[in-house]
Design a protein around this ligand. Structure first.
Ligand SMILES: [Zn+2]
Length: 411
């Protein structure tokens, strides 16, 4: 099966040098060809170039892209898409001035999601999550990471991870699973945190690993949640099972978690709304990808990650949604790209690099996803007729995609 895209107004994010991530000033560059063609065979990108160089090509399907932009599908490296129920009441409570503590006392927060999830059957959880996954694919997400962490018991964490595994089996896009048993301390362990760490390390992790249910491990490394020492213990335990870490860190306070993550070769450090110069120094010369989640900052009105500072220091940066019921009930990557431009002063080029190739890197998927590259999987977005790719973040509330292709098939 050959699909030929012709007369593409601009084909963007072309990478042929095997780059797995884009850093610093290079993020300002988004390689492209105007008036281009793109050829997909089965699941794979096989050729592209200027229309002038298009010889006679036989194709099963020709897609005329006059006036349209073509780009790689979004790579969303940080989500909590599998959850039960919603938390819209907390949203209204916050508008009405209730504090996080008051909401938690009313049964809100992560523990509220955990309670709901524990009571939801695996089948029901799958059905709820499936709808969200279908919706984000329609919005252009072509690779995604999903975390556990609303289970907080061995049984419920495994249930979440099995749902993620089933989504991965039944949907065409690649899904990476992250075990986040260390999302919050369950109430019964409030007075004995180390006992819960013990459950994570000696009960949950061995089962997760033996069933092959996770690609990565995560922890909420934050004041009042998991300490740096506890996070390190979890990273070290996971390393024994060959699971690299992706850690929630520096969302509210600076507690030297980034240094610990870099020391343990974390694949990514996520959130980073508060950063000190020493954190940036530690990230230099590391292979750890900083990940910003601007629509979380938007939704709960906390500071935005100082992405300019990170990029000006020569670092790479990825953008993701943090899709979850409490702090970011949206899996819309185009809105993430727009918010990055509007609120974090990222250029469209920087934001698109961060939401495609660098997002793929933060899931260990950059070899096959995140750019228009011969041999990579054909995960492709075709926009409606728009003036330029600047329009994607500019017209932030519009749905600008006409077609989404995943692994060579239009969805
Ligand atoms: Zn998160």
């Amino acid at each position: 099966m050959k699909t030929l895209f012709t007369n593409i107004k601009e084909l963007i994010q072309i990478r042929e040098n095997g780059e797995e991530k884009i850093s610093g000033a290079d993020m300002k560059i988004l390689p492209s060809i105007k008036n281009a063609f793109l050829l997909v065979e089965d699941e794979v990108i096989v050729d592209y170039g200027a229309m002038a160089d298009l010889g006679i090509l036989e194709a099963d399907h020709v897609e005329d892209c006059t006036g349209k932009i073509v780009l790689p599908a979004w790579c969303d490296s940080h989500t909590h898409l599998v959850y039960a129920g919603n938390r819209e009441q907390e949203f209204v409570d916050r508008i009405n001035g209730l504090s996080y503590e008051e909401i938690a006392n009313r049964g809100g927060g992560i523990l509220n999601s955990a309670k709901k999830l524990q009571e939801t059957s695996e089948e029901d959880l799958y059905q709820q999550s499936k709808e969200r996954l279908e919706a984000v694919m329609q919005m252009g997400t072509g690779a995604i990471e999903i975390k556990s962490g609303y289970g907080l018991t061995t049984e419920a964490e495994l249930k979440m991870l099995r749902v993620i595994k089933r989504l991965n089996e039944e949907f065409p896009l690649p899904i990476k699973a992250t075990f986040l048993g260390a999302h919050a301390f369950p109430p019964e362990y409030k007075e004995d945190q180390e006992a819960y760490i013990d459950v994570i390390i000696n009960e949950m992790l061995p089962k997760v690993a033996s069933e092959g249910l996770a690609d990565f491990v995560d922890a909420f490394c934050e004041t009042g949640y998991f300490s740096v020492a506890q996070t390190e213990g979890i990273m070290e335990a996971a390393q024994k099972y060959g699971l690299p870490s992706k850690i929630h860190v520096n969302q509210f306070t600076v507690i030297d978690g980034i240094e610990a993550c870099v020391k343990h070769n974390a694949l990514s450090v996520d959130h980073l709304e508060v950063l000190e110069d020493k954190d940036i120094e530690v990230l230099k010369n590391s292979s750890t990808m900083p990940v910003a989640l601007p629509t979380c900052s938007y939704f709960i009105s906390i500071p935005y990650t100082p992405t300019r500072k990170l990029m000006d220091a020569g670092l790479p940066l990825a953008l993701a949604t943090d899709y979850n019921p409490g702090t970011t009930p949206s899996g819309n990557m185009n809105f993430v790209v727009a918010t990055a431009c509007i609120k974090m002063k990222m250029t469209p080029e920087e934001a698109i690099n961060a939401a495609t190739l660098n997002g793929a890197y933060a899931m260990d998927l950059a070899k096959d996803y995140g750019s228009i590259t011969k041999g990579k999987k054909a995960n492709i977005l075709v926009t409606k007729e728009i003036p330029s790719y600047y329009y994607l973040p500019y017209a932030f509330g519009d749905h600008l995609l006409e077609k989404v292709m995943i692994h060579g098939t239009f969805i």
